[in-house]
Each structure stands twice: as structure tokens, then as C-alpha cells.
Design a protein around this ligand. Sequence first.
Ligand code: AHR
Length: 494
Amino acid sequence: MPGTLTIWTDHELGTISPNLYGNFAEHLGRCVYGGLWVGERSTIPNEGGLRTAAVEALRALHLPVLRWPGGCFADDYHWEWGVGPQRRPRRNLWWGGPESNEFGTDEFLELCRAVGCAPYISVNVGSGTVEEAVNWMEYCNSSQASHYANQRRAHGHPDPYGVRYWGIGNENWGCGGNMTPEQYAYECRKYACFMSKLGRDVEGGVYLIAVGHDDLRWNHEVLRHLEGALGTLSALSIHMYRTGHPAQGPPATSATDTPEHFYRLLGEVVDMEDKVRKTADLLDFYSTPGHRLDLVVDEWGTWYGDTDEGLGQPGPLKDALFAAAALHMCQRYCGAVSMTNMAQTANVLQALLLTRGSDLVLTPTYHAYEMMKNHQGARLLASRATSARLADDKGREYDALSVSASRSADGGALTLSVANLSLDQDCPTEVRLSGLEAVRGATARVLTSAGIADVNDFDAGERVKPRETPAQVALPSFRHTFPARSLTVLEIAL
Ligand code: AHR
């Protein structure tokens, strides 16, 4: 079925927070050690121990924000063991194996500086203390002649890092202490009370993120028990991992390429939208005219049945299409969603980068993020698409074309991203740009492959990558064919 797509270029719906394109790196599997961090003595090219190729790839992505150190790891992490010349080795409680603490706060903040992204640190609520958390903030952000700021200086970092984003625990309903909502709210009140006091050390104040849940009852209970203290918090976070597993039979894997699985995986976005909308409504209810609570999705992505011990999975094309559709959905809620952090940056779950020895490959998901990066900080435009309706075996329906359009903050460019989620039908589409008098030119790139389970790997190389494609952009409308199972991004100069 042919499609239609109208973009009202003079109808702006809100600003897309750059942080929607954030990521997450945990001390898990080979994300940090062997992935982002190789150590200064490694023969693998590195800058102060950080893998050069990873830093370059993340910089090219315009990665806006990186969350660390966990995940479950965060609620058993004692930051003081990972700073200074004497690192104290430990066991990694949640993910097994040793933790050398070679990569600690200064290494993480140096990684963020090299990449050009903002750091987001989750503090230990499960087995830590409020004192440990505020000392960590002092170490990172204080310019005073105080103990922990002096310690940072003694470790070779004279200037405060200005870390703005702080998470108060992680999944405290589970691996972060198995707490009830009441217990967590009690802890969170204390942490937020003291941590918010250190907000003055950071330009714009600190941004404190409380732990929410996929389960809306938890969110409601936590917010209810936080009443009176909500002014110290900026956001509530939820996690959304999706598998697209069938109701019966063996779990889907990265290699599963059946239409049933693909449409179910993309159908999950319908369910994710429902979670986002309901949580955003709840946050609205608890917001006041002077203080709005944002929604942060600080872990999300695919999690199949073929992860290795370190939660590694190969990262097929279908992941990139799932990412594009989910990012489009988050952009529609840009008034509510201030940040998302896909899990995880290297070698773990829906990774951006895969490494083997000194080799590094970019996954199709990396390419989707890179292609869509100009949406960051741009103004969301009203748009409407019609195309074939797709449905999964759970009865969830959605359009074949998943679309988002934005205009750059300076008004000079329009970014249009379109995922055609049909597995086998190209979609010739009439694209109408309403409200424009002239365009100066356009480029288009498309990401697709013969199969949705196609991956980039070390032996076959990078097969799934964006290619330039002709686009005859004209006013008031033009025709463009969006190929089956593809992501297309048009950049239009105004
Ligand atoms: O990302 C892997 C794990 O998934 C994280 O440690 C935890 O927060 C979540 O359950």
C-alpha cells in the first residue's frame, strides 16, 4: 500500500531533549573492561587507557549523556575503592568475576570529557550510605578546600567536574535492595535532602533521578510517599527491556528472523508507549506549577535469549529498527521524557559497539543513532503518516511507517526520519512539506539489509551500514520510496 506523509513545518510541538539519545555503561561483562577501557599498558590504541576507536565512535555519534556505574552494580559500588593510586580489588557481586577498580570515577569522567558527553552517576542506595553519596558529589563537584575536593586535586584533577545528573539508586525494588515502595521512598527522601544541598556546586543545579518501575503501582506508591520532598527531585526513571519472545516455545534470539518475532518486537513499542504515557500522566499529577517532574528511561533495549554470560548479543538490523521506532515514540513525548539511556554502550545487550581484541565494529543500532543525531535539541514538528497497518500475534497494531520530523534550533535544517517496518513491502510515499517556501537541498541515507537478523561482525565486516540514496525533495510535495525493513533519514537544508 502506498503511503502519505505530511509535515507541518510551521507547527512546532516541543524541544527534543538531546539526552533522549543517551547511553548506559555498567561494570558488566565486557562493557567497561576490554570494551571502553583497555588500560594504558595495552597494545590496543588508547588515550590514557580509554580505547581510542571507542572514544572516536562515540564522539562522532554526538553521544549526549552516559550513565554509570550501574545497573545492579551501582548498589554494591563503593566509589572510594576506585580513585587514587591505590585501587582496591573486589568481586563483582552481581555479574561475577573480579573488579579491579582500575576504571573508577576519574576514568569515567575522563571518558565523558573525551567523548564530549555529560556524565550521569547512580549512587549506592542498596548497600551504601547518604554520607558516601554526598562525599562522592563533593569529590566530583566541589571547588572548596574540603577533604574530598582536595583528594580529587591530589589525584591530578584540579577542576571540579560539574556532574549534574545523579541517580538515587537503581532498581531498588529488585537488585538494589529488594525494597518496598515505602522503604525506597524513605531512603530516597534522605538521599535527595542531602544531595540536593550540593546542587549549588553545579551550574543549573543538580538533577536528581529517583527509581521508578515498569510496574505503575510502584511509581504511584513511591511518589505518594515522597510527597513533601518531591521538590528536591527532578525526575523518575523507568526501565524497559523488550524481547519479543513468543508466548510459548523457545525464546527469540538475535538470529530469529521470523515475521512473527519481528512484528512482536516492534509491537512492544506500542506497549512501551502505554507505559510512557501512563507514567508521564502520573508525574503530571505529582508536578506543581513551579516544579515539574520529568520521565527518564535510563535502561532500555532488546534482551534476547542468546545473551552470553556477560549479556553480550550480536546486534542485528531488527534492533536498529526497534530503536528508531522507540526513539520516535519518545520524541512524541518530548514534553515529558527528558532522557533515555540505551543498555549498553559496548559488548552488552543492545550495544552500540562490539569489540574483539583490537577490533571494533559499529552495530546497526549505532548507525540508527548516528543517522538520527540531528533530532537532538531540535524542535519536534507535527506530522502525520498513513501506510499499511501491521499487527502482531498479541493483537497490537501499528503503522508500517514510523516517522519523526524536527527543525533545528537555528531553523536552518529539517530532519526527517522514517522507519518502514514492513518486512517485505516497499512504501512509495507522497511526502508533503507544508509551510515551506523554498528548500536549498537535501541528502538522504538509508539503513537496510537483506535480512532483519543481519549483523556486523568481525569476520564479515560492516555489512549493515547507511548508504546514500537519491531524494528529489520538492515543494509542496515529492515522492520517495521507503524500502522494506529500513530506516531512512532525510536532511533538508532550508
Ligand atoms: O543492564 C543489565 C541490568 O538490567 C542492570 O544491571 C539492571 O539495572 C537491569 O535489570
